[in-house]
Design a protein around this ligand. Structure first.
Ligand code: NHR
Ligand code: GAR
Length: 224
């Protein structure tokens, strides 16, 4: 008798994770031990990325591909795709990966390339999101998991988590509050994908199949 969420090795989805630095989102994915997925490799564009050691400690294959060894973005992305495809992944996960990817690369992984971004997209795409949110005085901030498209930080949204911005927040305290939520929603998104609940439709819409959706107000400010 095989249960619905039991996965033999052949049924597991193969995942390649791309990082550039600390790798805490990658670590959250490794520690989630999702039975539906097998992390085939972690690839970094930086040799000194801390995440590489964490991956090695988990017994996961690591590879470094420095963008500095390539003349332009196109040739770096071609080499990166060759490295990724050697693992034949079902899903490619950007976890703090800091290089903008070319149109050809993104098209090659259409519907199987996801990113986590530290803001409530479409607000605050790009870099320094927490500084900019604080400067604007917004009261709610957060993080977004999305499919990657050529339109930077504008791919179809899969899941978001919101946190309050507090009066005495610094970029660091706000980043920590957001990061805590990143570590919760990224494993969830990968779990959905690996269980075949999450799809990108041909017309670019996110399909969440058989996932419970909230119907009540999520955020209710305290009123006096
Ligand atoms: N590529 C495409 N085509 N589309 C997206 O949505 C992408 C992407 C590559 C990375 C992550 C993204 C983020 O979550 C991401 C999304 C890096 C930069 C950037 O400006 C911007 C957005 C993101 C990642 N990178 C500089 C560059 O010249 C380098 C910065 C650095 O090395 O520190 O590539 O925020
Ligand atoms: C995370 O906050 C992630 O959302 C963000 O960088 C941090 C990486 O931390 N990603 C980007 O800004 C992508 N441009 P991590 O390496 O510890 O996961």
């Amino acid at each position: 008798m095989r249960y619905k969420h039991e996965f033999n090795d052949a049924a597991r989805k193969s995942v390649v994770i791309l990082i550039s630095g600390r790798g805490s989102n990658m670590q959250a994915l490794l520690e989630a031990k999702l039975p539906c997925s097998r992390i085939a490799a972690v690839i970094s564009n930086k040799a000194d990325a801390q995440g590489l050691e964490i991956a090695s400690r988990h017994g996961i294959a690591t590879q470094v591909l420095s963008h500095r060894d390539y003349a332009d973005r196109e040739s770096f992305d071609t080499a990166l795709a060759t490295a990724i495809d050697s693992y034949q992944p079902d899903l490619v996960v950007l976890a703090g990966f800091m290089r903008i990817l070319t149109q050809n690369f993104v098209a090659h992984y259409e519907g199987r390339l996801i990113n986590i971004h530290p803001s409530l997209l479409p607000a605050y795409g790009g870099l320094n999101t927490h500084e900019r949110a604080l400067a604007d005085g917004v009261k709610i901030h957060g993080c977004t998991v999305h499919f990657v498209t050529a339109n930077l930080d504008h791919g179809p949204i899969i899941v978001q988590a919101a946190v309050p911005v507090l009066m005495d927040d610094t970029p660091e305290t706000l980043a920590a509050r957001v990061l805590h939520e990143e570590h919760r929603i990224y494993p969830q998104a990968v779990r959905w994908f690996c269980r075949d609940h999450l799809k990108l439709t041909p017309d670019g819409k996110v399909l969440l199949d058989r996932i419970e959706q909230p119907s009540a107000a999520l955020i209710v400010p305290e009123l006096e």
